[in-house]
Design a protein around this ligand. Structure first.
Ligand SMILES: [Zn+2]
Length: 53
């Protein structure tokens, strides 16, 4: 019996894939971020990869 159930696994994958990337310096930022934590640029894009590929 696996320790991780599907719900937890999906949550973990979402957490790993759902973040924002700065177009200016390429730093990873939390999904709640409005501006980059590194260079304070507002030029953020979503890194949102679907779970199925
Ligand atoms: Zn930045």
């Amino acid at each position: 019996m696996p320790i991780r159930d599907t719900a937890l696994l999906q949550l973990a994958q979402k957490r790993r894939l759902y973040y924002k990337i700065c177009r200016n310096c390429g730093a990873r930022n939390p999904p709640t971020a409005v501006k980059c934590r590194k260079c304070h640029s507002y030029n953020l894009r979503w890194k949102r990869r679907e779970l199925k590929r």
